[in-house]
Design a protein around this ligand. Structure first.
Ligand SMILES: [Fe+2]
Length: 441
């Protein structure tokens, strides 16, 4: 059920639940460490956690309190400090930021007002309010920053502070790859009330027949590439990827740690053996592409990924998620930080797509060989800085979400993008290959 189909009072309840869930997670991620840790920059790639927290409040104030609610600003004096476009992440620690105590008070005050706005909003009428869009946008924004804060936790040094039960065990898959038949499918959405501008509108895309791996590439498979000297052979790398490999001295996924002749990994401060059957994580686009070439394959494109995830050949329609239209349950996918690692391959048979592709949603974001552009008929909404200013930039697409992605931002139309050199995000990949004419007939 999409938000557009829900009666207004039920929608109000659902928005309130989503706001609370997001806030519980933000609080847990920031209460897990002391004030000193909150204001520190753990990596030049990331903001101090206290910046993320107050920025979450600032966006909520701008869109829910001031715009939807028409209320007087709480803290117009700090708008600039928490505008992501004004200050690159590396510069943020030097700003006169709110202290942890001030940031906590600020986000609480904003939230109280946002709940009051929610009670009075018709959740209908102008586009920003229809179907609770502005609330959905702010919930997704908070959850996306929570995933960013989770990545900051992965980068911080010191004793582990986060805990979660291990993911369910893996199971053998019936096949290593499946054929996706030639033909058109519906990409994107025009009906999901909380879908963001870059997912819109729904449009038909023709995709040639191709094979796609039924599961993401595992640590064991990736280790074979490492041990075969894949990092030392320029034949497998693009020119740009090879140059970056040399400059950054890449020789294994980020957070893999040398242990004699083998490897361990650092996972949120735990140094542990690398589980062979889990999808590899913390590789950049260039590493994913080099692995695929070494394996005699390639990365999927964005339309290929979405067709494998959503297309139902029995009905010809595209689903919201691989398993259907309903939001993920614990049996479908490893999302929402329920676990603190990807799950082994085969752990979610109930989450497979109609074509038999597993673990497309959750576990790891999947690098794709596509650049970021708007769909035909794209319209920036509600502001150009959400997506449009990034179109055509130095980005590669990522789809499907990770174990750290909340389901509210995990639908199969959701689009993410990042620089092809980024490794601190929870990203892995799967491979694809062309199908010859007779195979696809
Ligand atoms: Fe943001």
């Amino acid at each position: 059920m999409t938000a557009a189909d829900i009666p207004t009072e039920a929608l109000r309840t659902r928005v309130a639940e989503q706001l609370r869930r997001a806030r519980d997670r933000s609080v847990a991620l920031t209460d897990a460490v002391d004030d000193d840790d909150l204001v520190r920059q753990h990596s030049k790639l990331m903001s101090p956690l206290v910046w993320d927290l107050a920025h979450i409040g600032s966006q909520e104030e701008l869109w829910l309190v001031r715009d939807v609610g028409g209320r007087v600003p709480l803290r117009p004096d700090i708008d600039d400090l928490y505008d992501a476009f004004q200050h690159p992440r590396a510069d943020r620690p030097a700003l006169p930021l709110l202290s942890p105590a001030e940031a906590r008070t600020y986000v609480r005050e904003v939230r109280d007002k946002a709940f009051d706005v929610l009670e009075h909003s018709p959740l209908d009428g102008r586009r920003l309010e229809a179907g609770g869009f502005a609330f959905g946008m702010i919930v997704q924004h908070e959850q996306q920053h929570d995933e960013t804060m989770l990545a900051t936790h992965q980068l911080r040094s010191g004793a582990p502070v986060l805990n979660a039960p291990p993911p369910p065990p893996g199971r053998p898959l019936p096949a290593a790859e499946v054929l996706v038949p030639e033909g058109p499918f519906t990409m994107g959405t025009s009906i999901d009330a909380w879908a963001l501008d870059n997912e819109r509108p729904a449009h038909d895309v023709h995709v040639d027949a191709f094979f796609i791996d039924t599961a993401p590439v595992t640590n064991a498979q990736y280790l074979a590439f490492v041990e075969a000297g894949g990092y030392d052979d320029p034949r497998f790398w693009s020119e740009e990827g090879w140059a970056y490999r040399a400059k950054a001295d890449l020789n294994a996924p980020r957070f893999w740690v040398r242990d004699g002749s083998g490897w361990l990994r650092n996972r949120f401060g735990h140094i542990e053996p690398i589980p062979p059957d889990e999808p590899v994580v913390h590789v950049c686009f260039h590493e994913a592409q080099a692995y695929a070439r070494w394996a005699g394959k390639r990365l999927p494109t964005e339309p290929e990924w979405e067709k494998a995830a959503r297309f139902d050949p029995a009905t010809g329609r595209s689903r919201r998620f691989p398993w259907g239209d309903e939001d993920p349950g614990p049996e479908h996918a490893n999302v929402g930080q329920r676990h603190l690692s990807p799950a082994p391959v085969g752990a979610y048979p109930d989450g497979a797509s109609p074509l038999g592709v597993h673990q497309l949603v959750g576990d790891v974001w999947e690098w794709l060989d596509s650049d970021f552009h708007g769909y035909p008929g794209f319209e920036a909404f509600p502001y150009r800085e959400y997506s449009e200013v990034f179109f055509g930039g130095d980005y590669k697409m990522l789809r499907g979400g990770s174990f750290g992605t909340d389901p509210v931002a995990g639908r199969a139309t959701f689009r993410n993008w990042d620089h092809p050199i980024r490794r601190q995000i929870f990203a892995g990949f799967r491979c694809a290959r062309d199908a010859s004419r007779e195979q696809s007939a």
